[in-house]
Design a protein around this ligand. Sequence first.
Ligand SMILES: Cc1cc2nc3c(=O)[nH]c(=O)nc-3n(C[C@H](O)[C@H](O)[C@H](O)COP(=O)(O)OP(=O)(O)OC[C@H]3O[C@@H](n4cnc5c(N)ncnc54)[C@H](O)[C@@H]3O)c2cc1C
Length: 415
Amino acid sequence: MEATLDLPETGDAPFSLDLSDDQRELRDWAHGFAERTIRPAAAEWDEREETPWPIIQEAAKIGLYGFEGLAQFYSDPTGLTLPIVNEELFWGDAGIGMAIFGTTLAVAGIVGNGSGEQIGEWVPQCFGTVEDPKVASFCVSEPDAGSDVSALRTRAKYDAAKDEWILNGQKAWATNGGIANVHVVVASVEPELGARGQASFVIPPNTPGLEMGTKVKKHGLRASHTADVFLADCRIPGSCLLGGRAKLDERLARTREGVRSRGQAAMATFEASRPTVGAQAIGIARAAYEYALQYARDREQFGRAIIENQAIAFTLADMKMEIDAARLLVWRASWMGRTGKPFAAAEGSMSKLKAGEVAVWATERAIQILGGNGYTREFPVERWHRDAKIYTIFEGTSEIQRLVIARAISGVHIR
Ligand SMILES: Cc1cc2nc3c(=O)[nH]c(=O)nc-3n(C[C@H](O)[C@H](O)[C@H](O)COP(=O)(O)OP(=O)(O)OC[C@H]3O[C@@H](n4cnc5c(N)ncnc54)[C@H](O)[C@@H]3O)c2cc1C
């Protein structure tokens, strides 16, 4: 007799990878902008190495750049809309994508650490208006504190008589540094407490004492502005301490007593943003994969399309598989972050690590598939390869992500 299995209706399945109508609509909308406006301008702005203000303004006009747009992406209860939109924009171009999305890191710093009032006051100023768009900058890294965020030397001292904070120090590598309307700066309030003695501050527009240093000439992501920022007796109102004085004092007191707190200003921001950064890397990888697939169909050698060779076809199969695998890690981490699941195995780091390494590998493979053409600036894959490389470096290098994951899964303080 044949055994039968009574399967429940799949319509009730609690797990689904189907995108909702809203998610599909936003994805297609972002893709349309990337295809029509970003991709055609990519080579030009990469060569110019300048912030593409006209394109930021176009994004603002359609509501893609601004407080409302971002709020709409964030509001998706599954957490997927933000990575989906990022993937599409960075599929268009990563340099321009970062010029548009670099502001969100500062916004994440304000939202992650600030009060409701501070969020309402500063986030709109990060974006400016459609007529006069602005950008924002999140400044953590310093010349001697990159991976080791606990080594920050920028100091914030409180002047009780004037209810002002005075910041002094040098920030390195700041995306939009010096050209931003709003800078969010992580500084040390009590250096002896390391990362737990740090806090985040908003530097309002045109504050004296904040100056841009050298603009960095980069390997990739060249439409995105990167520069040092100098803070010399930079005075800001007491209310610019994100989260407020009472919260900071309480956290510092607990730390002094040896109670472990979760409040590491920079880390809280990076934790939340890593899956989104991973989605950007996937956008670059997918662009390269799609381009290489088409090229392999069209290009003939030895009397047949090069895709008919297993060496090429299997590479494309692996590219597709790795990109899809990375996306699943990004979606999982985004969903976990949005639904408040703890990253017990550092799933946020996993997603960014995998996506960054896939992007570097896939874009390098794409150059190989295009042969000599892949190595020239007449074709976009060399740019994608240059752009991809930053994804194993910023927001925590690949080594640091492995350290975070290894510590999370083992509980051992691995160095
Ligand atoms: C284009 C660009 C944009 C950026 N944007 C911003 C921004 O907006 N805001 C901001 O604050 N910063 C920004 N950064 C800085 C970026 O986050 C740092 O470059 C990054 O964190 C690495 O720091 P570092 O460059 O000092 O490298 P280092 O920390 O000096 O690392 C050098 C090498 O040593 C390895 N290493 C270090 N420590 C360990 C360890 N314990 N175990 C194993 N390996 C280790 C690293 O993985 C790396 O391979 C940006 C950087 C770039 C290039």
